[in-house]
Ligand binder design. Structure first.
Ligand code: CA
Length: 234
């Protein structure tokens, strides 16, 4: 599962170009053409990075950026702002409003890809890491292998993606709905109880030798990787 990128851009040709190239790099790309729609989407789901155009219908990129920084869920969200040439003084305003980086149009695709990668490396290295670890659990993305204290664990594809997702966000609590959205994909309708079934399977396989359960059930909220577990296992 690649890092999730939301592209907010109203020029269709550019949107298509960005989607194609980011997709080819293995990112999970979503595109929105209006600032207000992006605002709504970002309240529902927070990606790993946003490529945000300055001039947008509905709500300007700068105003959206300001709103995102004002909300706790998106305060730290990595944002790359796209600005048109001649907006030099505006660019400074863009950074002051809280964008992490900016690119002046027209830009080359490799340049944008390099900026995206650089920013993700700084902000979410776990999304680019090949091997994810948590306590005595290790997941190797290249080999698609999971082990606990060097004991290999054979997970089904859904359990694997669930564990990978948890390892990318250790300690964070996710509702069943959020897990369905992130692990199964948001266009598929699946009953929320399916999540419980797969969590149950994942737990069984992870804790086969009667080890401590790394997954925490948060009553009324959902599931999380237990951050106390990581510390206890160190
Ligand atoms: Ca625009």
């Amino acid at each position: 599962m690649g890092a999730r990128i939301l592209v907010v851009e109203d020029e269709e040709a550019l949107t298509t170009l960005l989607r194609y190239n980011l997709d080819a790099e293995g990112y999970d790309v979503e595109t929105v053409g209006r600032g207000d729609d992006a605002d709504t989407r970002l309240k529902e789901r927070v990606p790993d990075l946003v490529v945000l155009d300055w001039m947008l219908p509905g709500l300007s990129g700068i105003e959206l950026c300001r709103r995102l920084r004002a909300r706790p869920e998106t305060k730290q969200l990595p944002i790359i702002m796209l600005t048109a040439r001649g907006e030099e003084s505006e660019r400074v305003r863009g950074l002051a409003t809280g964008a992490d980086d900016y690119i002046v149009k027209p830009f080359s695709v490799p340049e944008l890809l390099a900026r995206v990668k650089g920013l993700l490396r700084r902000t979410s290295p776990e999304r680019l890491a090949t091997i994810l670890t948590f306590g005595d659990i290790e997941l190797d993305r290249e080999k698609r292998r999971v082990a606990r204290s060097s004991r290999p664990i054979d997970l089904g594809p859904t359990e694997y993606r669930l564990l990978e997702f948890f390892l990318e966000h250790p300690g964070r609590v996710f509702s069943r709905e959020q897990l369905l959205d992130s692990v199964w994909g948001r266009d598929i309708y699946i009953d929320e109880r399916t999540v419980d079934v797969h969590i149950g399977r994942l737990r069984k396989l992870l804790n086969l030798d009667g080890e401590q359960d790394p997954i925490r059930t948060v009553r009324g909220a959902g599931y999380a990787l237990d951050d106390r577990f990581d510390k206890a296992a160190e």
